[in-house]
Design a binder for this molecule. Structure first.
Ligand SMILES: [Zn+2]
Ligand SMILES: [Zn+2]
Length: 293
């Protein structure tokens, strides 16, 4: 299983010299495995550059899975090249009560006003699917699981696995416990926080919204974003192996993200890295645990 990061920025795309190294495109993560359809988590502006690369593969089945429909996660969808190719079969999954609920929400954006193309005019074969937090669901041969996050309007985290390796994508979310409670208070997780810990259990890679510092979070607790110490504590409680700090603030410069990476570089349980556009993480198949007798 290979995970590629096409957009790591939160809230708003920020091209420019100050963001050139970590990247200015918003959330878009690609997961691939030999012979399987591609899974794309979120279609922020990073999806624009991902799109053309999919034409070079034989596979024409693509699964796009949205955490939620805030603009920074959706804006790349009408610029995602496979939707203009009749040969592509795209399934769009999002938190909703029904497939029509997913379709309706995208159609409100692709309606001829906010973008010239309407959802009904998209040339690719597009199907819609809905997911509820706590459910396990399939994207073709892939099996995923969803958990509820703490974000205005709601959002889902997703776990995806292949050959004994796992990745969990956790954005956008504020901590699932209030300051002084649960993991944020150095105590045991409970409720929805426990469910997110369970989703991240023993994961090889967790990509986590850490747009704020702790101080910023305390000033903007209702904005629905987290901070690195909380992400670390949650991953540690889950036994996750590696944490990628993700959904960087638009104002975070390359220099500031370098400093963030340096601060966390000595942590090992889990290891911590700052997500960077263009990053590729290969999760090799786990060695078989079977013992010949
Ligand atoms: Zn976002
Ligand atoms: Zn959001």
């Amino acid at each position: 299983m290979t995970v590629r990061l096409w957009g790591v920025r939160g809230s708003f795309p920020v091209p420019g010299t100050e963001t050139a190294r970590y990247g200015g495109n918003t959330s878009c993560i690609e997961v691939t495995a030999e012979g399987l359809p591609t899974v794309v988590f979120d279609c922020g502006t990073g999806a624009r550059r991902l799109g053309p690369t999919l034409f070079a593969r034989q596979q024409r089945e693509v699964h796009v899975v949205f955490t939620h429909f805030h603009m920074d996660h959706l804006f790349g969808f009408p610029f995602f090249a496979p939707i203009f190719a009749p040969s592509f079969e795209i399934t769009v999954t999002a938190p909703a009560f029904s497939p029509d609920g997913t379709k309706d929400r995208i159609a409100r954006f692709l309606n001829g006003i906010f973008h010239p193309i309407r959802m009904t005019e998209v040339p690719a074969k597009v199907q819609f699917s809905a997911v509820r937090p706590g459910n396990t669901f399939n994207c073709g041969p892939w099996q995923l699981k969803a958990a509820q996050l703490n974000h205005p309007g709601g959002a889902c985290a997703y776990r995806i696995e292949r050959n004994g390796r796992s990745m969990v994508y956790v954005t956008d979310t504020a901590p699932l416990s209030r300051p002084g409670e649960g993991l944020a208070g150095g105590q045991e997780p409970f409720g929805r926080e426990q469910q997110l810990v369970d989703l991240c259990r023993d994961a090889d890679l967790v990509i986590f919204d850490t747009m704020f510092t702790l101080t910023e979070y305390l000033e903007k607790m209702t904005w629905g974003h987290s901070y690195p110490e909380y992400a670390y504590d949650l991953c540690k409680a889950a036994g996750a192996k590696k944490l990628l700090l993700f959904h960087h603030a638009p104002d975070a410069s390359d220099g500031e993200l370098d400093l963030l990476g340096t601060h966390w570089s000595t942590f090992t349980a889990p290891y911590v890295e700052v997500a960077r556009e263009g990053m590729e993480i290969v999760l090799e198949a786990a060695p078989s645990s079977a013992v010949a007798v």
